[in-house]
Design a binder for this molecule. Structure first.
Ligand code: COA
Length: 156
């Protein structure tokens, strides 16, 4: 069975590996180190329960930003190891982040996604996110980002 839990420091290398195989413009390990220290409860990993939990199947990392009077959850990165995709892991990681943001009384959740990333957009839409704006040439290669949000006051 799948288990979603906060990251442990020794798992940062595996996270970086999944990040590098998943993105053309990956976040560096330093940034993950910083985020894991800042808010470990918002840095989630998916592992197979019951075993030694050595292999990380996927992860999701987020932050909480205060824009007075609002509190926004910001999803910074989510990826699942290539061989483990399409098994519901991304959905479970995101669902757990949504639960955590609700428990922190966030008003909404925001994320950026490449315009061409239809799989990720479908994942977010399934969980109620809607497209709200475009950030022109947001990525290094010139692609636009679509900003998606989930209003937690409206969420089921
Ligand atoms: C996007 C990603 C995290 C999805 O993870 P996953 O574990 O494969 O996703 P799930 O199995 O939970 O699928 C959830 C939903 O996502 C969508 N989806 C996922 N993979 C898809 C695919 N290959 N084709 C179409 N839709 C897909 C579907 O809507 C799916 O729901 P369904 O199975 O009921 O149709 C994964 O593909 C990934 O790591 N991609 C590379 C990194 C990335 O793009 N991250 C997002 C950055 S914004």
């Amino acid at each position: 069975m799948l288990k979603i839990r906060p990251i442990q420091n020794h798992e940062l290398n595996q996270i970086t590996q999944i990040e590098f195989e998943s993105f053309t413009d990956p976040y560096p390990k330093d940034l993950f180190q910083f985020l894991a220290k800042k808010s470990p409860e918002l840095f989630l990993v998916a592992v197979e329960e019951g075993k030694e939990e050595k292999e990380i199947l996927g992860y999701a990392v987020a932050d909480v930003e205060r824009h007075v009077p609002y509190l926004n959850g910001h999803i910074l990165s989510i990826a699942v190891g290539k061989q483990y995709r399409r098994r519901g892991i991304g959905n479970q990681l995101l669902s757990e982040l949504i639960r955590l943001f609700k428990s922190k009384e966030c008003n909404s959740i925001v994320l950026e996604v490449r315009e061409s990333n239809l799989k990720a957009k479908a994942l977010y839409q399934n969980l109620g996110f809607i497209e709200v704006k475009r950030r022109s040439r947001y990525y290094e290669d010139g692609e636009d980002a679509i900003v998606m949000t989930l209003d937690l006051e409206d969420a089921l």
